[in-house]
Design a protein around this ligand. Sequence first.
Ligand SMILES: Cc1cc2nc3c(=O)[nH]c(=O)nc-3n(C[C@H](O)[C@H](O)[C@H](O)COP(=O)(O)OP(=O)(O)OC[C@H]3O[C@@H](n4cnc5c(N)ncnc54)[C@H](O)[C@@H]3O)c2cc1C
Ligand code: FES
Length: 1218
Amino acid sequence: MHVALDSCLFPVCAAHGKSVVTVEGVGNTDTGLHAVQRRLLENHGLQCGFCTPGFVMSAFTLLRNHPAPSRRQVERSIEGNLCRCTGYRPIIEAFSSFSPEVCPMGSQCCRNRDRLEKTPSVDKKLIAENEDQVPIFPPELQVSDAYRSGQAVFGSGEITWYRPVSLRQLLQLRDTFPSALLVMGNTTTGFAIKKHEFDGPLIYGGDVTELKRCDVTDVGITVGGGCTMNELEEQLPVLEAKVKEEWKRRHINVFNEMLSRYAVQQIRNCATVGGSLCCGRNDSDISTLLHTLPTVVTIASLSGERTVPIQNMKLGKGEIITKVLIPHSEKREYSWYWKVAGRRSFSLAIVNGAASATIGTDNTVTRLRISFGGIAKGKVYSTDLTSFNKKKWNDDLLHGVLGRLTAALESVNGQQEDKYREAVASAFWFKFYAKVTTELQLSTANDYQSLLTPLYREGYHSRQTHEQPTSTDAVGRETRVKHGDVAVSGQAMYADDVPAEKGELSVALVLSTKARAKILNVDTSGALMMEGVRAYLDHRDLAAPGTHGTIIKDQPIFAIGEVLFWGQPIGAVVAETRELAVRAAAKVSVLYEDLEPILTIQEAIEKESYFGPPMEMVEGDVEAALAKSDVVFQGEYATGLQDHMYIEPHAAVARLREGGEMEVTVTGQSIRHDQEAIAELLGIPNHKTTVRVKRLGGGFGGKESISPAVSVITALAAKKTGKSARLVLPREVDMAFKGKRHPMLGVYKVGVSNDGILEAIDVKLYSNAGYAVDLSWPILENAVTSFESGYKVRALRVVGRACKTHTASNTAFRGFGHPQGVLVMEDIVTRAAAVTGLTPEVIRERNLYKDGDMAPCGTLMKNVTLPLLWRECKQGSHYEQRLKDVEDFNKQNRWKKRGIAMTATKYAVGFGLPTYNQGAALVNIYLDGTVLVEHGGIEMGQGLNTKCIQVASRTLGLPEEKIYTWESSTREIPNAIVTAGSMGFDLYGPAVKIACETLIERLKPVREAMPDDPWEKQVKAAFQQRVPMSATGYNRPPDKDHFSMAKKNGNKQDYFTYGAVCTEVEIDVLTGENQVVRTDIFVDLGSSVNPAVDIGQIEGAYVMGLGMVTSEDMRVNAEGQNMHCSPLLYKIPSVTSVPRSFNVTLVKNPYDIKTNIYSSKSVGEPPLILSMSVITAIKHAVGAARAQQGQEGYFRMDSPATVQRIAELCGEQIHTKK
Ligand SMILES: Cc1cc2nc3c(=O)[nH]c(=O)nc-3n(C[C@H](O)[C@H](O)[C@H](O)COP(=O)(O)OP(=O)(O)OC[C@H]3O[C@@H](n4cnc5c(N)ncnc54)[C@H](O)[C@@H]3O)c2cc1C
Ligand code: FES
């Protein structure tokens, strides 16, 4: 039996007697890769690679248990792994290739063979498949029973871990240590253990086999309290097979349904029945279900056993749940289970519900039970429905129960924000009523079919289309990412993988727990008294001004006198271990004097709290255009926070070297900024400060300007203690202290002609900058200058204001302000459609940019491919036919709606600031003929190193295997420009090319003299002749003037990347759950340097945007605390979120375009804008739901369109219906 586990939750002591396989054991570059790793590589299933080992382990485990898995099993096995880069498509396909459902040839499928052959540049030796090396189960564990049968005790002096193996031993231990914590799956206790929130020893019950026993009798099934969800899932079919009568199996079926929605593989492999009933959650799936079925719980202690109905379950000292009895269903008993969550999988319920009804032959109710999770505080909520016994099962009953539920739920909640939960709970009852009515074959006029069919979930399909390269060299080929082989085997190095040095210390931050307050006193005595704590750091340890910042230095490394947002670092504790540092930091107490914070854009507007003057961009006479427009309307639209949630959190490792040299490994997108901040604030000259990055586990802008806040503190810890130091931010801290995507509010007045021409837009864009400027000005400038997206507006005025609030300083994020502006613009388009009676697509098509148009930023548009892309998209996606299909679907389905939308985008690529238009590279040729390429850019999954190697390969005429990149370091490349704005390859690709050209030029005489000799020999000869074989390349694009919005001169961008997309979605009208059915993307990337990398970027950006406009809901409460700083509370897309059909086409640009290198266009950010089609398609679907109730016309749906927002806007709240 193989199980995939979460290493951060599974206690190491619980591994006693088990064999642990890590990704390195599955395969590595020395012994060969496993098929799982190889398949991931072949399918380009990784970018930054940080998440990759997790995916490998999930798929490896699946294959060990199911060598020929179904597609569903494949998807299910990786639901618990999050990837922020890829958009999941290549990962799903890589692992689906093991499924005979995809191809009966399995691994011999020609698709796999062809893929390998098509990418000749890969070193086959490194990725050789080696099935023999799959780790065998250690013989000593196999033959000896000692590990399984003996009670084990582990102790560290502070904590003792007892591992009993029999129920008797367990109960004795419980009796001996009444305050000991019982640990089963550890998925709840793990959090308390990490924080040391327990007294006494730990007793682990996961190896007590009696607690895992399941059985079936005439009465029902008994399930062991120690059974994990996955063990249950395995056992239930066996038990079910023993129950002859179909009707008796209904409880088992509903149990299976619940399990299919319960957490993810890694959690299901640990979480137990008893743990779920005792964890104190009000939203436990199993608890809600078992409260509905007439479940009986067996409770045991040393003094004996007792049984109680689950509703009366209360455990005394030393007692444990040994089993639960779920009686068989009665002959005419029906039951059902539902769950609605913020994300379709890997999510705890917002509300879950279960119902059971026993109905007599005369269709009267004998017993009706319904329970809800997520409603009442700390417990499952059940309503007494006994008064409905003997009532007929008909629509009177439906409404009677609805009325009772509504009143009961209101009395439990009463809060406005709980209205959605109440509505969903009522909808659950309605669905159950519909199901039973259908099963009883009672006639009804209602459309129950669409109520009961699950949300769209067809098998997964995709297509990637691009031109085949005409050249024979590396450029234009689907080369795999260069760190792929080390990433799939877990050997890739990220900041926290830097080996610890002897005596290295750990750092933990002390964060503010107020949004705005004076600091009256900081008491560090409790922390400093702890053994092993070495130092406390605060602003007094830094050189003045103690702040950092890219544009102005207004971000204090540590708060100075006053805290300006919840989560601001006040100080830091340095200690011998990471865990001790965290515990000590919690002991630092801060005395505050509260000051009134400004938290929202609205409050900032009222108090005129802004950074800088307004920004204004005007094109045409807006007033005159408004006056002559056929229709004029006004409105507002708001967008929310989005967290970067890169999978690798911020980290730094600092080493103090001889004579005060400081070497710091960071997680920053700009080594220059880290170097300058460390040098300035620690008083070290730049030449003695080295900053290095090998690669980042994702950045997306979240590591652009913030990294110094981490690296300076780490370097300070090293300087103050004289020891190496390391700071790795826990996820919650990373999310709390760092800014996010700026929320924006657009307030607009629009004039449109009757035939849909966008005559005039006058809009004010307010962004929530947070407490400091950081990059808020250029981000706002981007939102202002790119506001109109792919649509020509005849007269446009956009005014931007950066609001100063007491929240984390919002920062760069993929798209850099562009998405927020476009969200407002797309809302305007939808509204213009509503007032003109046209479809939004007609409005978009009629206003698409074309050659000769003037963009508002003053650029004359040339070589515009938008009309071409639009046409291709319309035809390729079969938009018109599918629009009709969607309309038909909507007519036929009352409770499910579909929506389809096409949007277009132009994305300005380039830095408006002249200084930022430079890039440097260093290329060294060694005597064995190998080449090292270093550049100032940062590899973070976007394939920068891969593309730079392709450039070097073409320029030097060498195979890619001869070329290597090591890392980015301030020692090799001084004063490097930040890797941001999708500009990495545009700046550093040409620099590499220039350096290589210099070398080729120098080698020319030698090579011409010995043309038939191999490269290696030529290199050696050049060395003998004293030819320098190291060259720098400096890319200095032609001078351009600083862009001025007011004067409309200078160059805002180098070129535009264009795209068009068609997206179709399906929604559940009552719950707001949604699924992207199909997406067709068409992008003009000029001539792609690497189509595999570029398509990966497109898919990843689109899915990141999909999260932004749907499930990624992040809010700050009235006290200023961000309520969603944890992956459990913040829902980035998972594998089930992606479009079920996902097609990407790179359209060949028909023009002779001149871009920065090889006529290629930049891709990292532009496709994110295409995800606006998801929310516009959702609007279409919601519009259809509203129309069927007679609510025609525009409605405002701010972003993100969460399940709650969708359901509320559909307005089909079932408890209000008669
Ligand atoms: C990432 C994640 C996702 C999750 N997703 C879901 C989800 O989708 N649906 C859902 O319902 N829940 C979900 N959970 C919650 C999960 O069900 C609970 O954490 C639950 O506690 C799991 O049981 P366990 O065995 O791990 O409990 P443990 O953490 O081991 O124990 C929890 C508590 O129960 C006590 N306890 C355990 N067993 C017994 C027993 N037999 N008798 C008496 N006391 C006992 C322990 O002493 C402890 O106090 C999720 C949790 C995580 C971390
Ligand atoms: S490749 Fe998955 S997070 Fe980067």
